[in-house]
Design a protein. Structure first.
Length: 94
């Protein structure tokens, strides 16, 4: 059941009460008999899971063939590394 906050317009008494959705709204202050008003306050919201951030709905950028042009030509082609053949191990001198 939800909790509702009320405040009296005449004596400024404030209180919270648990009420069902089908219950009638309180209109009379239990302290002085004045008019009650519901008090609305902000609710904390937490978004969990995927789809709430800008990057969640976008595919990962492709490294080759992307539609954007870069200012330096070397950044679009990966650097090549030279591999040297392994030298055979020398027999231990006795």
């Amino acid at each position: 059941m939800p909790t509702y906050s009320y405040r009296c317009t005449e004596c400024d008494t404030a209180f919270d009460i648990k009420q069902s959705f089908s219950d009638a709204t309180l209109t009379e202050c239990p302290t002085c008999g004045g008019v009650l008003r519901k008090v609305f306050s902000p609710v904390g919201v937490t978004f969990n899971g995927g789809g709430f951030y800008r990057t969640d709905s976008r595919p990962a950028p492709k490294s080759e063939g992307s539609s954007t042009t870069s200012s330096s030509p070397s950044s679009s082609t990966p650097a090549k590394t030279e591999s040297k053949p392994a030298t055979p191990a020398k027999p231990a001198a006795s």
